[in-house]
Design a protein around this ligand. Structure first.
Ligand SMILES: [Zn+2]
Length: 387
């Protein structure tokens, strides 16, 4: 028997007045999720260990069986893997946003969602001005900085300090001086860069600097195949998830048209899940769209994204008769427009059944799986799957 985990990023939410006191999961038309709940089991999963931010990194690592407390080294090294950057021993990777800092305040954590081409041009000029580190242009404002022989260091996620003075949040830790020197060089180089002149002329925010954060060495994840005795694959449009997959030795399956946004190729993803099950025992299929809608604070888009995930689930249930689980990695409630630490609902087909009749946050609280930790989920699915 084989296992599929369909992950709707950020699907879980809170009751919303505009939806008559229902959550988006309760309000949305989700016949397939409800069928899995009715014919299967539900429960609540705690995906964020105490002391960690409610990030997709920590939550998804845990669901794949890797406890963050033991294995998490930062977001930088996970995204390095997904960009094909092979971190050497002692090499530290930082996330390196292009940002707009204005009057000492973090005005924009994305420099106006600067284009990848503009970002690459800025970083290439910066690379020529500094030594001892490497800049790796990524997508839009999301780039990487690697430090061979780095010692690591903390940095605050820039999206958490929008509108605040940057002073208290500048990098700390052993790499601090090097990172501050890079930030100074960026400020100087970018201030007279043609990319920024053109942006300002078009009324767009300039990238005034870089912001390094979440640095770490590559995590030592024991291979997924050894841990669970099965071959697995990852389907996701998000660098972070593909990075985790590479470190864990999961096959990274690319789906044309998968964007990580609300216009993603939902149907193509579901078809690729079914195709991958020809040669794999496990597929982790991640859909970013509900999280994106949560961050936008759009009730309508969130409901629509959930319904599209439900369509995907329907295709998977039709084409595959093994164990299927559906869940988010964390909640992204419309009210707060960011992630929360609340336990999230899971529904599973293939583990027997309980009394639940719908897949919702509230009903899952009474489900037969009870309340479990993220790292406990796959062992439960695989033990059952081998019977
Ligand atoms: Zn997430």
């Amino acid at each position: 028997m084989k296992v599929v985990l369909l992950l709707g990023d950020g699907m879980a939410d809170e009751p919303i007045t505009e939806l008559g006191g229902m959550t988006p999961l309760e309000f949305a038309e989700t016949p397939h999720m409800d069928r899995v709940a009715r014919e299967g089991m539900t429960g609540l999963v705690s995906t964020v260990p105490d002391g960690y931010d409610a990030g997709s990194d920590v939550a998804n690592l845990g669901l794949l069986g890797y406890d963050a407390v033991e294995f998490y080294t930062g977001r930088g090294p996970l995204e390095a893997a997904s960009m094909g950057i092979d971190l050497g021993p002692g090499e530290v990777a930082y996330r390196c946003n292009l940002v707009t800092i204005s009057d000492g305040l973090m005005a924009d954590f994305s420099a106006g969602h600067i284009s990848s081409e503009e970002g690459a041009s800025l970083l290439s000029s910066l690379q020529a001005a500094v030594s001892g580190v490497r800049f790796h242009p990524g997508i839009s404002y999301r780039n990487l900085l690697t430090v061979p022989g780095g010692a690591g260091g903390a940095g605050t996620p820039p999206h958490d300090i929008v509108g605040e003075p940057i002073g208290p949040f500048l990098p700390s830790g052993p790499d601090r001086d090097l990172l501050l020197a890079c930030m100074d060089a960026a400020e100087e180089t970018f201030s007279r860069h043609p990319v920024n002149s053109a942006r300002v002329a078009s009324g767009l925010p300039p990238a005034t600097g870089i912001w390094p954060w979440s640095g770490g060495l590559r995590p030592a994840l024991p291979p997924f195949a050894e841990r669970f005795g099965v071959r697995g694959g990852m389907i996701s449009a998000v660098d972070l998830l593909n990075g985790i997959a590479r470190y864990a030795g999961l096959e990274v399956i690319r789906v044309p048209g998968a964007t990580g946004y609300l216009d993603t190729n939902f149907e193509g993803k579901a078809r690729h899940v079914l195709a991958a099950l020809d040669h794999l025992d496990f597929v982790y299929c991640h859909v970013e769209a509900p999280d994106e809608a949560g961050h936008m604070g759009s009730i309508e888009e969130k409901v629509r994204a959930i319904e599209r995930v439900d369509d995907m689930l329907g295709m998977i249930l039709d084409g595959f008769d093994g164990v299927v689980a559906v869940m988010p990695d964390h909640a992204t409630p419309i009210r707060v427009r960011t992630h929360t630490r609340d336990p999230v609902p899971v529904a599973v087909r293939g583990l027997g059944r309980d009394a639940t009749t719908r897949y919702t946050e509230r009903e899952a609280g009474n489900g037969g799986l009870g309340r479990i930790q993220a790292t406990e989920l796959l062992p439960i699915l695989f033990d059952q799957a081998r019977h």
